[in-house]
Design a protein around this ligand. Structure first.
Ligand code: PEP
Ligand code: MG
Length: 580
């Protein structure tokens, strides 16, 4: 038995035999055809392009309804490449001049195209390599009439193990018997991770080398709740997980009943449960899970599109869509959190030595004021369509917060100059995600309208553990006593200053920490919509004195293991049927 830890894309348990998607390197051997057969090869090419475009339109339509148009744009880009006459012309020339077989000519031209992207210095464009590979494979599948990656033949639940998945492969999972996914690669912001999240089944990524550790047919357990993958489990582990899997299914069935009920403790304290979203189309979908609003809209995902930086008008439309989707409920829009592991489209990229400590988030926005102002104008304009709160990421000093607020003021003046009057009562808050900001929380409370704790980053900076590096993942834990103590200090300062404080890192959606966070005094949590029902259920089973007692006790331990074990026991007492 082997236990591997990665990054979870969705909670839950999945058990099945592994299906390995080989690291595709579909080398097409050089093959020529008779001169007379050249027209037939050209036909094959045109047929493949036409069918690929048709398939992509269907997949794009599916994505549009599930995630909104930003995600569907990925496939729109593929369609754009396939419609590019120059590309077709290059393949045609090779077929005509060298009598090359269509498959070989297509593969050669697409690989040259990939190489051009690989040589680019902008990480966003480098990421396009995978899209081009995806297009190549799709074309080859049509030309060769093969369905090498066709998972539709599966007859029983399977766990898909792969190095990585292309957007196409991910989008196709819904139509297969795949119940869980484990990938070598991936970061929380990769295209595949975003699409996997919308698929909603348990998945763990960033596992480093799982695709070479597992063989087809091996039994694999995906524990999306605890970010684990268990390969060839022993009898007792398997039994334990079978129980958890069944319990999870039963449990999620019962959770639907909670949708319209408030997240209120037994003794009447209301906790606001909100959704984290990446695409505007997710607002309405997320709230259908029973959320009270959008607690974190990660706007930087607007950059997940081939066309470059989104214009003011495009941003305005996206923000408006999210705000209207929230139907009167509050929407907390976070300004671009670019840099580090996320796209920076316009930037003349030089590899930073420590990107997590580099030019990211609010620092990046304040150094690119034109871009920042465009965003702020779009947000201010859209804010007349609903209840908007504005939030800046990674605020590390009061000066930064003041500068960012001043920029809002400037953007507002720009709008006034052209006769647009945005609402003046938009709350402006900060994401508290660095140790420096945590230490200065009382000073911040004098200036901000609200605080949202970004534990994903706060933990990495407190513990000096890169949140995206699978090699140190075992050191990254919210249970570390210094994390708990820091959260206690922040909650205490905000409570006494009467500043609204919420928590929007992954921790907010992990039932393991729910009782603790309520006990600390937090009254607002924001999480992936899929986590809301379970957290809500737990909140409805506890009382405030009980939660406070648990928080006090958790704070008394001096190692993360003790904290985790204790919180797990306490949570199980409340939710014995929950496979935490
Ligand atoms: C966080 O850091 O906790 C957070 C919510 O923001 P992100 O994950 O986008 O950095
Ligand atoms: Mg963050």
């Amino acid at each position: 038995m082997e236990i591997l830890r990665g990054i979870s894309v969705a909670p839950g348990v999945a058990i099945g035999e592994a299906v390995i998607l080989e690291r595709e390197d579909t080398r097409i051997p050089f093959r020529t055809v008779d001169k007379d057969d050249v027209p037939a090869e050209l036909d094959k090419l045109d047929h493949a392009i036409a069918h690929s475009i048709e398939e992509l339109h269907k997949q794009s339509a599916w994505l549009n309804t599930t995630l909104g148009h930003d995600a569907a744009d990925v496939f729109e880009w593929h369609i754009g490449v396939l419609k590019d006459e120059r590309l077709r012309h290059s393949v045609e020339t090779m077929i005509r001049e060298q009598c090359a077989a269509a498959a070989y000519a297509t593969s050669t031209v697409m690989r040259n195209y990939q190489r051009r992207f690989m040589q680019m210095s902008d990480p966003l464009l480098v990421e396009r390599v995978r899209d081009v590979q995806d297009i190549e494979r799709r074309l080859l599948r049509h030309i060769l009439g093969e369905s090498r990656e066709d998972l539709s033949h599966l007859t029983k639940p399977a766990i898909l193990v792969a190095h990585d998945l292309t957007p196409t492969q991910t989008a196709g999972l819904a139509a297969t018997k795949v119940v869980g996914v484990a990938l070598d690669s991936g970061a929380a912001t990769s295209h595949s991770a975003i699409l996997l999240r919308s698929w909603g089944r348990p998945g763990v990524i960033a596992l480093n080398d799982i695709s070479s550790r597992v063989s087809g047919g091996d039994l694999v357990i995906i524990d999306g709740t605890n970010q684990l993958v268990i390969v060839q489990p022993n009898e007792s582990t398997l039994e334990d997980y079978r129980r958890r899997e069944a319990a999870f299914v039963r449990f999620t069935d019962t959770l639907d009943e909670l949708r319209d009920l408030p997240a209120m403790t037994l003794d009447g304290t209301r906790i606001s449960l909100n959704c984290n979203i990446e695409f505007p189309g997710e607002a309405a979908v997320g709230l259908s899970k029973g959320g009270d609003g959008i607690g974190l809209y990660r706007t930087e995902f607007l950059f997940l599109r081939p066309q470059g930086a989104p214009s003011e008008e495009e941003q305005f439309e996206a923000y408006k869509e999210a705000i209207l989707g929230a139907a009167g409920r509050p929407v907390t829009i976070r300004t671009f959190d670019l840099g580090a592991d996320k796209y920076t489209q316009e930037r003349n990229y030089e590899q930073e030595r420590n990107p997590m400590l580099g030019l990211r988030s609010i620092r990046y926005s304040l150094q690119n004021l034109d871009m920042f102002k465009v965003q702020l104008r779009a947000i201010l304009r859209a804010s007349s369509f609903g209840k908007v709160r504005l939030m800046f990421p990674l605020i590390n000093s009061l000066i930064e917060f003041r500068q960012a607020k001043m920029t809002v003021h400037d953007a507002r003046e720009d709008l006034e100059d052209v006769g647009i009057h945005a609402p003046t009562d938009i709350p402006i808050g900060m994401m508290l995600e660095t140790p420096a900001a945590a230490i200065q929380v009382e000073e911040f409370c004098r200036e901000v309208d609200f605080v949202s704790i970004g534990t994903n980053d706060l933990i990495q900076y407190l513990l000096a553990v890169d949140r995206g590096d699978e090699r140190v993942a075992q050191f990254y834990t919210a249970s570390h006593p210094s994390v708990l103590q820091t959260l206690r200090n922040i909650a205490k300062a905000c409570t006494s200053a009467e500043i609204d404080c919420s928590l929007c890192g992954e921790m907010a959606g992990q039932p393991l920490y729910t009782i603790f966070l309520v006990g600390l005094g937090l009254r607002s949590l924001s999480m992936a919509p899929a986590n809301i029902p379970e957290v809500k259920k737990l909140i409805r089973l506890i009382t405030l004195p009980q939660a406070r007692r648990v928080a006090r006790r958790a704070l008394s331990f001096d190692t993360d293991r003790q904290v985790t074990n204790y919180l797990r026991d306490e949570t199980r007492k409340m939710l014995p049927e929950d496979p935490i």
